[in-house]
Write a protein that binds this ligand. Structure first.
Ligand code: PLP
Length: 292
């Protein structure tokens, strides 16, 4: 039996997308990546669902899409695909895209399809990763709106990933157009120096929801946080570094180019994050939406 997908308001098995689909040719889709967890109390919960759906609608606004559904309907669709496919620990992918219009770059604002599917998705990256600074720069506001999660943006991330793998690394790290550290191909980055967590500002990064989660819980673990530009020359001065992302969760970085890092504090942060997403920390239960 195929995967059950929520497509424009109905649950269907593996919808067929026409070869003329605009998003296939020009990357004119917007999407989200969301995780559902089996909670410690045995129920299923989706982490920061409403924040993800809000970002989806913001991304759609950048591409001037008329979405025929309300945010609440898409949130409900995320729960439906979890239930219909009998999943608990899973990755949910809502995607909104320009479907058939015409060959050409103009689009019809109302020609927008919405699909939501979910898959089992255990680990995205290795336990600890070796990272290579990419020769591809992360795009900035002069090219696009880097804060929108637009399908077409990801060719940049794919190139960076291919390059890192070719050189035998696990993941890439992209610089912004000024040469400061920006982010990974699908992750934000934090550095640890003493009791301080440092992460690059908005401008050339996707403002990650996991990044926001870490910024909000850091003080529970005794860290203060600073958002500022980080230059490549500082990399040698940091104690540790880690990636954040819905897919990557918290992933300790053991090496950037040839600079080696300890991972013990990153692992402590990783463990705390796992407790939060599995509903073990009461004050953060507000971030979990139950799948009834
Ligand atoms: C380029 C990029 N940066 C950062 C992130 C992390 O964002 P989030 O924590 O919202 O998943 C992602 C993943 O969505 C991404 O694709």
């Amino acid at each position: 039996m195929g995967m059950k997908v929520w497509y424009n308001g109905s649950v269907v098995e593996e919808p067929r997308i026409p070869i003329t689909c605009h998003a296939l040719h020009y990357g004119t889709g917007v999407f989200e990546g969301i995780r559902c967890y089996k909670l410690t109390n045995g129920k299923r919960g989706i982490f920061r669902l409403s924040d993800h759906i809000k970002r989806l609608f913001l991304s759609a606004k950048v591409l001037k899409m008329d979405i025929k559904f309300a945010e609440s309907e898409i949130r409900e669709a995320c729960k439906i695909v979890i239930k219909e496919n009998g999943l608990s620990d899973a990755y949910i992918r809502p995607i909104v895209f320009y479907n058939f219009g015409r060959i050409g770059l103009n689009v019809l604002k109302e020609n927008v399809d919405v699909a939501v599917f979910a898959i089992e998705f255990p680990k995205y990256l290795e336990e600890e990763v070796r990272v290579k600074i990419s020769s591809y720069r992360r795009m900035n506001h002069l090219f696009t709106n880097p804060e929108a999660k637009i399908s077409g943006h990801y060719f940049n991330s794919v190139l960076a990933t291919l390059e890192a793998k070719e050189f035998g690394y696990d993941e890439a790290l992209m610089l912004d157009s000024e040469g400061n550290i920006a982010e990974g191909p699908g992750e934000n980055i934090f550095f640890i120096k003493g009791e301080t967590l440092i992460t690059p500002p908005s401008g050339s990064i996707l403002q990650g929801i996991t990044r926001d989660t870490v910024l909000k819980f850091a003080k529970d673990l005794g860290f203060r946080t600073i958002i500022r530009n980080v230059s490549v020359h500082e990399l040698e001065c940091f104690d540790e570094a880690f990636f954040t992302g819905t897919a990557a969760e918290i992933t300790p970085i053991k090496e950037i180019n040839s600079i080696k890092y300890a991972t013990s504090l990153s692992k402590k942060i990783q463990k705390y994050y796992q407790k939060i997403v599995r509903g073990e920390i009461e004050k953060y239960e507000k971030w979990i939406e139950a799948v009834e």
